[in-house]
Design a protein around this ligand. Structure first.
Ligand code: ZN
Length: 96
């Protein structure tokens, strides 16, 4: 990880799709790692695009929703998903 990426823990909740326990967030684009209502996230297990809603509850979102919100954001999320897939593939190779 680079110095620019910040990692914060938050209240544990489950991915709305795959039920993975999520208790932290890593900020990739912004210096501010604390999740705020309306922020987007990506599940590291099922690669779903997630969004923080009221009380920072995660709900399912989409690349399209992010793109509609901010031009270019959907594309950035797609790059994040690709990166996570690559990391997971590497980790799987290492453990086999
Ligand atoms: Zn998931």
């Amino acid at each position: 990880m680079t110095k620019n990426i910040k990692h914060v823990r938050h209240q544990e909740q489950s991915c709305p799709k795959c039920r993975l326990k999520i208790d932290s967030a890593t900020a990739i684009f912004n210096k501010e790692a604390t999740p705020n209502v309306g922020d987007f996230s990506v599940c590291i297990s099922c690669y779903s695009v997630l969004r923080y809603g009221e009380n920072l509850q995660l709900h399912l979102s989409s690349v399209q929703e992010a793109e509609n919100e901010q031009f270019g954001l959907g594309r950035q999320l797609e790059q994040v998903i690709t990166s996570i897939r690559q990391v997971n593939a590497r980790n799987n190779r290492d453990s086999n």
